[in-house]
Design a protein around this ligand. Structure first.
Ligand code: DX5
Ligand code: ZN
Length: 236
């Protein structure tokens, strides 16, 4: 448990020099050949895994079974994004796998603080995801407890949507909050992220850029990762 946290925290230092960290989203991969797809994104920093239950979002993706299989063929730290009602039923199983971070959705409601505590006790980093329509103010009470805030820059459920630029002020508010309150949670941005908008997103304060189609749908995924990283860094 401790080893996996140290592993992620070492890779994801808080030093500006290391930002941004690139997390390809497996949702955009070719599911008939996952092993090859995982090899294509080896140069990334994290692997983002979108779990969708068809209830919280109008789509079903994959669950712990696939994540367990993936964990055996990638060295990347696993960043699990739960778009499900009742995330607590999965946390125990995921924590037994080689998963470093588990993010639950703010809008799934319920006992969010309890679930965040459950994730942290299981040895993983705990994240909270915010839909584009959820304000910075609504999540302030949870900020002292989380290790990561995932700002959704599209409505969750599908890959390949366009980035909603109106979320940029929310990223800035989170970044200012952590500076003012000496907090160290990561800010991750997910949805429509590509090499063109990486710069403004990092400038607003993002540490982790999640990108599905702008990585997996490119002929050269390594080059796509490099370009997103390079353009992100250019605005630091
Ligand atoms: C959307 C998912 C995203 C998605 C991003 O609900 O949370 O992680 O895979 O895909 P792109 O980068 O294609 O918008
Ligand atoms: Zn996601």
């Amino acid at each position: 448990m401790v080893a996996r946290l140290t592993n992620l925290l070492t890779r994801l230092g808080q030093k500006d020099l290391d930002r941004p960290f690139i997390a390809p989203s497996l949702l955009a991969a070719d599911f008939t050949d996952l092993k090859t797809e995982l090899k294509r994104v080896e140069s990334a920093d994290l692997l983002h895994l979108d779990v969708m239950d068809g209830v919280f979002v109008p789509n079903i993706s994959f669950g712990p079974l696939v994540i367990d299989a993936v964990s055996k063929v990638t060295k990347l730290p696993l960043d699990v994004h739960l778009m499900v009602q009742n995330p607590e039923i999965m946390i125990g199983d995921l924590a037994k796998m080689k998963v470093q971070a588990i993010t639950i959705s703010f809008e799934s409601g319920g006992h969010l603080h309890r679930h965040i505590t459950q994730i942290k006790k299981s040895g993983c980093l705990a994240g909270i995801a915010l839909n584009p329509g959820t304000s910075f103010e609504s999540v302030v009470a949870l900020l002292p407890f989380v290790d990561l805030v995932l700002v959704m820059s599209v409505n969750p459920g599908f890959g390949g949507q366009s980035f909603i630029p109106e979320v940029l002020p929310k990223i800035r508010m989170l970044h200012n909050y952590r500076k003012d309150h000496d907090k160290h949670f990561f800010i991750s941005v997910d949805g429509g992220v590509n090499e063109k908008n990486a710069g403004v997103i990092v400038q607003a304060g993002a540490d982790i850029l999640v990108s599905g189609s702008a990585v997996f749908n490119q002929k050269d995924a390594t080059l796509a990762i490099d370009n997103i990283r390079k353009n992100g860094k250019s605005r630091l």
